[in-house]
Design a protein around this ligand. Sequence first.
Ligand code: NDP
Length: 451
Amino acid sequence: MKHCFDLIVLGAGSGGLAAAKRAASYGAKVAIVEGDLVGGTCVIRGCVPKKLLVYGSHFWSSLANASGFGIEINKFKKDSGVLLENVRQEVNRLNRLHIDLLEKANVQLIRGWGKFSSPNSIVVTNQENKIFEISAHKILIAVGGRPIRPSIDGAAIGFVSDDLFLQKVLPKKFIVIGGGFIACEISCILSALGVSVTQLVRGNCLLRGFDKEVCLMLQNDMQSKGIDIKFDQDLVSLIKQKDDMILTNLNGITFKSNAVLFATGRKPFLEGLELGKSGIKIVENKIKVDIKNKTNVDNIYAVGDVTDRVNLTPVAIEEGRVFADNCFGNKNRIVDYNFIPKAVFSQPEISFVGETEEEAILNYGEENIDIYRSKFRPMSEMIQKSDSKCFLKLIVHKHSQKIIGCHMLGEHASEIIQMAAISIKMGAKKIDFDETMALHPTIAEEFVTMM
Ligand code: NDP
């Protein structure tokens, strides 16, 4: 068979774009197939619009607390519709930017939805409903994931995170279901934008798997800002009655709101790919790959959320680049999944790198770790007289004195952990932190002054 391309990438999200451009930089003839805007979940309906809403909601709450800083605003108009529209415009700008970058990189963008017709060929249905076939020596699946709705009656009438960014204006009362990344971030954004928020969580804590002490502090802060968090909620149905959405739990208790949003996890987006024709085996609803991102079919690879490993943008980008380096750049690389820093853009933010206290106790025993903590009201909150605290925590392996976990709750937590992650990945010991001069007055200086 004569192949049109060296590489076809399915999906122009973070992983697919990175792989396509890197492969093309080695001289490969590359096509990327995308039916939606270019940029993927992160740019279109994830990290980017979310962070813009975080900035917007910070602005709203700062204005509400401005009087202590000498700004008296008697009357001002707040319009969530303007914010949402400006976020959409920025997303559209980024979509165009990514299209330009593909062109500059010499990657052919094929607008349409692709599905396998054989292990080497893809049938594309484009936006004008024209159908054509393309083929390549190698195919990379980078189609990402989609939100999951729980299997309760009426779930289809609730929103998922994608829908939030399509709203013209925000309703007055929202119920957010879930206790994970997306649920916590969206609850905080909506609450800061003046929406009355109830968060229903099926377990007994927020952010299961994160450091418990940090999560409890986040929970207290969110509750003190008016978010009504209810735990142990097993939901059974959702119905619409006139303008109200009514959720019912297993005990027959009902919750009423104008909108319900399910933030109950995501899954690989496998629908419509006709993977049967490619020979790829699906394992537990995801595409299984080896450490070189190769599937069970020799010429087909997969990266990013469709493989359901570590579902984060920078990880997908690195997986895409490593794939391209190995297959087209004659390199022999693997992705290093150790010490990946993580943040939840809740308000306040939380972030960490390394192990939680619970994991460290399990791995080394309580007697073999030292914990250092610092909890205080940051200077930025003093004049506002708010009770918000920040919290920093280091987990140290007693014998080696290496820092094995670094956690933070508070302003700029994500920015601070990004930097801490470098030293911790390099094997920093407690004494390295102690011997680093503090930068005053900052929150992060506490990391180098902990006794
Ligand atoms: P998470 O896995 O973080 O959280 C899912 C939440 O939904 C959990 O609280 C889970 O409860 C709950 N849940 C699952 N099924 C049900 C159900 N049937 N009924 C009620 N509750 C349910 O997923 P998210 O959707 O929040 O985020 C998906 C992924 O996207 C994240 O894991 C992360 O990789 C990525 N992401 C990263 C962000 C960042 O880096 N800042 C931001 C947003 C997303 P339980 O704990 O009991 O399982």
